[in-house]
Design a protein around this ligand. Structure first.
Ligand code: ZN
Length: 166
């Protein structure tokens, strides 16, 4: 790859990122850890951030504010549900913020998040915890390379920082 390469679909890109909310709260950061590895154009990351990375080069550093619609979606109201603790999978330590796999009305698998744990009832919410929030990313592009055939078929990167399921 040459120094003139820019980020485009089907490239494996590594970035350092720090995610903060409008109140200044830091939600997550790769700084001080391994950079995040993702496959560009495969919706591995939220659309608003992926769009901003298109055309960037190694060494680029920038800030971007991603609106909810381009992030984890708008927050849906009135969709929380109470579920008896007895219906929860056995042996699982339930915690606020924990994601669970559930079957939706049409039998499709969906992710819900635990928002409250009571003695008898657990409250679950299909909203992603970051739904309805503006996502403020500080980004630095660390490296990029062409994806392998296998990575393209799987829709995610392999190797250090990627998936290790083989
Ligand atoms: Zn894979």
């Amino acid at each position: 790859m040459s120094a003139n390469d820019v980020i485009a679909d089907d490239m494996v890109v590594s970035i350092h990122y720090t995610l903060t909310l409008d109140g200044g709260e830091t939600v997550d950061s790769s700084v001080g850890h391994e950079p995040l590895l993702y496959l560009h154009g495969a919706q591995n990351i939220v659309p608003g951030l992926e769009n901003e990375l298109t055309g960037r080069k190694v060494g680029d550093a920038f800030d971007v504010a991603v609106a909810p619609a381009e992030g984890y979606g708008e927050r849906m109201e009135g969709v929380e549900q109470q579920v008896p603790v007895a219906m929860m999978p056995e042996g699982v330590e339930l915690d606020v913020g924990m994601p669970l796999s559930a079957h939706g009305p049409d039998g499709q698998v969906m992710t819900v998040w635990v928002t409250a744990v009571g003695e008898e009832q657990v409250t679950i919410d299909p909203n992603h915890p970051l739904a309805g929030k503006t996502l403020n990313f500080a980004i630095e592009v660390i490296s990029m390379r062409a994806a392998t055939e296998e990575e393209l078929a799987h829709g995610h990167p392999h190797g250090p920082g990627g998936h290790h399921h083989h």
